[in-house]
Design a protein around this ligand. Sequence first.
Ligand SMILES: *Cc1c(COP(=O)(O)O)cnc(C)c1O
Length: 380
Amino acid sequence: MVLLPRVEINLEKIKHNAKTLKKIYGRKGIDVTGVVKGVAADLKIAAALVECGITSLADSKIANIIKLKRAGIKADLILLRSPGISEVEKTVQYADTSMNTELDVIRALSAEAARQKKKHKIILMVEMGDLREGILLKDAPAMIHEVLKYPDIEIAGIGTNFACFGGVLPTEQKMREFSRFVRAMQELFSLKLPYVSGGNSANYNWVMKTKDAGAVNNIRLGESILLGRETSGGRAIPSLYQDAFCFVAEVIESKIKPSVPYGMIGKNAFGERVSFQDRGNRRRTIVGAGRHDVLVPGLTPVQPFEILGSSSDHIILDTKDAILKPGDEVRFYMNYGAVLTAMTSPYVHKTYVYPDAKTREWYKQQFILSRVAKQEKTGA
Ligand SMILES: *Cc1c(COP(=O)(O)O)cnc(C)c1O
């Protein structure tokens, strides 16, 4: 059966990226946490990462943590964003660890953990200048002092984040400052910290150059595993695959038409005013996918085609000299935004490509096993 539009996911390329990054960071004493929020915690991708020896997986949505837990994925499951007070019950029930910045939330987690007769682990996120989430360094000692009074909360780590909101880079100086701070807290409070988590895919240039990673023993990687890129400058990481994901859509119209709209011009369906260069009559090809399905500007046609624009369910292409006909497939490379939207769109099929039959069988087996485990647990 031909499924369209679809994302083709090459699990072996993702595994190659994960293993290579694990080696690169491992040489500096840093463990990799696999961040799966960009793929809506796709279970086959999660299983592939665990298969590479990755022992912790993180996602920012509690719904995805629940999905991983229920599937029986064997990894420390980390909620990557502070839970809301409204999410505290599910967080304690399903997440092994959560990232936190607010005492009110931690207090609620502690009360809920007591209710569920469980210990809940937290990673305290500190602010290093990017100005998204984080406890200011000056406020951290008082906060740690307070949290240590909560019997059902365990401080499992201190983390920080770069280049997500303010674009602040994890320079050698910033990373040293972070390490100095962590060491001071460790001494002051005798903390054992399995997660001293120094950042994300933007930390690649730092890790390649640094001679001493300091106190950092963990890094949270999403984009560099999935798409082989570092995110401080958006460059491809040599020796990694950038094309583990491919978006495929079907031609639904192909005609020679003028290159400039004709008639009275107002705004388009998205309230945008668009203008076009007159290139005479051109072959215009439409594929049956659009903004419902994928972040269109995040697509790059594999063939030398040009994306002229898109609406909810159409992408209009100038296919140059190629004459496509309805039913033909057009393939696109994807950036992170395109992967994220296609993986969360209910209209896009998720398909997996395997190098051989043996590997396909292995994955199938994993999922039969996890389904059995889930049924045993729920008694279904
Ligand atoms: C998304 C996210 C990451 C992963 O970022 P990448 O750039 O995809 O590696 C790491 N940490 C936090 C807190 C995040 O929100």
